[in-house]
Every structure is written in structure tokens, then in C-alpha cells.
Design a protein around this ligand. Sequence first.
Ligand code: NAD
Length: 321
Amino acid sequence: MERILVTGAGGFVGHHLVRRLKEEGKWVRGVDIITPKFEDTVADEFLQIDLREMNNAKISAEGIDTVYALAADMGGMGFIAFNHAHILQNNLRINLNTIQAAVDYNVKNFFFSSSACVYPEFKQTEEKVMALKESDAFPAQPQDAYGWEKLTMEQIALYHQHDHGINVRIARFHNIYGPNCEWENGREKVPAAICRKVAIAKLTNNPEVEIWGDGNQTRSFAYVTDCLDGISKLMKSSYAEPLNLGSDRLISINGLVDIVASISGTKVVKKHIDGPEGVRGRNSDNKLINELFGWEPSVPLEEGLEKTYRWIEAEVIKKNT
Ligand code: NAD
């Protein structure tokens, strides 16, 4: 039986990935500095340890065939825009330790969860942005340290593949969303933040929903099960370069609020305030992943947001009643 390590298994995508790998019959060790907040893990073994410590990375990698490296000290724009040095320090330590331990223990396969944040700021200055293809990452100028760390770690992983023969697979996630994610406390990402704000507007009968900036900034959003399908196809393939994994349906933040408001059955009033907005527009060019695996997102945004909103609304009600 294939023995798997998922780092970041206490987090959003890591938790979903553990469940998927168990459904596929794998033996799974989950590792995280926290335990999953919203549901018990189904991992065969779960180690609550800090991967910034090399010894912990070694304990994690022992006896493992395949590593899925998802652990990261991260959050939405509200976190990323104000914690550059912290993010660089922690995530480089986590990932350098994880890949070194993988090489030391002769792990065969190493998946790295990279990000759309690697792409250069100068290609994302307009709302109606050109979708970003993989080769656009260079010449490099990510907006934040978070993107620099991801881009650096992509290269580090590829050099380890070259020098040590470990099979490296890299996906650049574009705004993955779904239930069981952080939805408050400053680490939440935009779909979760909007679901929470709309749910609170509904619960309190106060229609005002705050949006950072004018809300015309654009992004694309992919549902978590589509992300897991893409990871699975990538891991079964021989494709060893960074690959976009996201939706190519561009939508403004205002548009996202409108969909969530309509799902909730509430009328909201958008209040635009100052806040970190990130790049003006970002979309995923899916030509390569489509050509390679015939992959494209199968969950429409409205359907994925419905599931996410219902879960977050229940969490909001649980907390406030
Ligand atoms: P998440 O924050 O929910 O999960 C990351 C997990 O890493 C957290 O549970 C956290 O506790 C853990 N972690 C942090 N520091 C650690 C440490 N020192 N030791 C052990 N564990 C530690 O994030 P997510 O949304 O599930 O993202 C998973 C991965 O995908 C991350 O690497 C992230 O950068 C990347 N990514 C996610 C998105 C997205 O939209 N969700 C987009 C681009 C890239």
C-alpha cells in the first residue's frame, strides 16, 4: 500500500486531501502544527508537530513513498500583505526541511502546492487581465513575499529533482475554496470572508457588507474537489514542471458578493472601504492542464459557493446563538 505524508493536514486543502487519499485506499500520515478545526481527521496517523524543526520533518518523512507538501503559514490578503518577513521565514523553513527529509528518506514523489501569487505584478494591473500561463512567471516580480517564497520553493524542488532524482510535481493553485476552511480570525480568504459577512448581514438584519477597495478587482475561484481531481491527475502523470490549477472564469469581487447574497436570499448593501486588494486582476490560463489531462473545473462557481455559504452560515449561527 502506498504510504503518504500530507503536511498541512490540519488546514483546509490538506484536510480534504487526506479524506480523498483515504477513499483511494492509501495509508496516510497527516502532519500539522494544529489539528483540523472543524472535523476529525481520517488520517491513519496524525502528528501535531512544527515542521520548522528539522527533526520533526524527519519524523514525518520516515517510511513514506509520497509527500504532499501543503503546510504553510498563510491566509488571505489581510494576512499576506502585512507579514512578509514572517511568511518568508516560516514557509522557507517548513519547505526546506520537508524536502530535505524527503530526500534523506528516499521518498519517491514530492508534490508542492504553489500559488498563482508567483506571477508578476506587472502582468496583473487590469481588471480584464490576460489569463496567466505558466511561462509568465518569469521575469519574476511577485507582489508579496508569499509569492516569492512559492516561486523560490518551486525552483528548490526542481533542483532537488535534478540532483537527487525525487519526482517533483508542482501545482499553482488559483483561489481554492470550499467548506471546512478558515472563515474568520484574519486568515480567511475572500470567498470565506464574503460568505461570513453576508451570513452576518442576514443574521443581524444589517445589510451592510464591507468590501476592500472598489470591488472591481477580479479573480478566478476553483472548488476544492476540482483541485483534488487536478492534483490526482498531476500525480499520476509524468509532467514535472509547474502547472496552473484553477478556474478560468474571471469574476469581480462585487460579482462574487452578488452571487453569495443571492444564495443567502438576503439583500446586501456594499460598503467599499480601504483594505489590501492584491493585484487588480488575475486569471488562470488552463490551456496546458487541459491539453495534458483534459482537466477543467467541473463545479460551477454558484454550486461551489452554495455549499461553502451553507457551511459558513451554519458556523456563524453556531457561534452567535
Ligand atoms: P491552510 O492555512 O488552511 O493550511 C496550511 C496548514 O499549514 C495550516 O493548517 C497550518 O497550521 C499548517 N502549518 C503552518 N505552519 C506550520 C508549521 N510550522 N508546521 C506544520 N504545519 C504548519 O491553507 P490551505 O488553503 O489549505 O492551503 C494549502 C496549501 O496550498 C498552502 O501551501 C497554500 O500556500 C497553498 N495555496 C492555497 C491556496 C488557496 O486558495 N487555498 C492558493 C494558493 C496556494
